[in-house]
Design a protein around this ligand. Sequence first.
Ligand code: MN
Length: 333
Amino acid sequence: MKFLQLNDGITFVALFFQMIKFVIQRSEIGAGTRGSSLGPDAIKIAAVTAGSSLFLKYESELLSNQNDCLFQPTATENALRIGIMEKVWQEHADKIHAISSEKDVPVVISGDHASAGATIAGLKMAHPNKRLGVVWIDAHADLHSPYTSPSGNIHGMPLCASIGENNVEMQSNEPLIVTKEAWSHLKNVGGISPKISPDDLVFVSVRDTEKEEEHLMEKYNIKNYSVAETRELGMKKVGIEIQNKLSDCDIIYVSFDVDSMDPDIVSYGTGTPVKDGITPAEAKDLINELLQSQKIVCFELVEVNPLLDNKGNKMAEVALEVLESAVNTLEKR
Ligand SMILES: [Mn+2]
């Protein structure tokens, strides 16, 4: 039950149990290319231009960020700015925890995809005894750790943090002690690790992986619906299959990286574009199919980077369409 405060001060009791709340995360310190911190604002500008009331209709919580640390050099080359990322994740996870504990549904709009590790932490903090499934719609598997990452960019590591995996079998780096300690803290945000089982993780549209990540995908037999397979089955069937696969999960989080989409169809307005992705229509169809389920406790959209857009603000405009359609589906459940 919700008590809503109207502008004129009248309070009334709303007869519904869940409310959608936007969470705006402008952190971009997990990315290797600059500009994704502007993604959430680019989406809001797209909403103004389109005359969309999306951001009027729902409350927004704006998280603080540590992006000024980008002016400083970082010593932890295998996990860049990981000490500062701890602060970012803690605040983000606490916010998701608070919203999800109220049984509200956070719809998170983030800069870089590192944020998803904190979203998963917050959901697990809110629901420690529930089995959490994750649908990861992305060109990338984000299954690196400081022990394997070639770039040190933490936006490639959120899933290893969530499954509590270092992947030392494929170790190529020797992280500093300070890096190892901070990594351990990231894995343990909320005091629960691992937060998800690799059995409860499904990929869609992943098509740019490194051997270290492929090792984990094979080791844990993590299903990836390739773009070709989604075309063969159709997104409705893919959505149903994913729900069946995650049928033992109590709650499900859907994480949508806009680079899952084809940059030649949408635009290059994202940090690490990869050709031959899904179309915006396919993304909407899949997300709508998944979000009809009452098990969905959170939806996140990440990695819009207007500084890289070759078509004006196109990526943010398409992201807005996906977001509006996702929120509509959540409303109708
Ligand atoms: Mn990606």
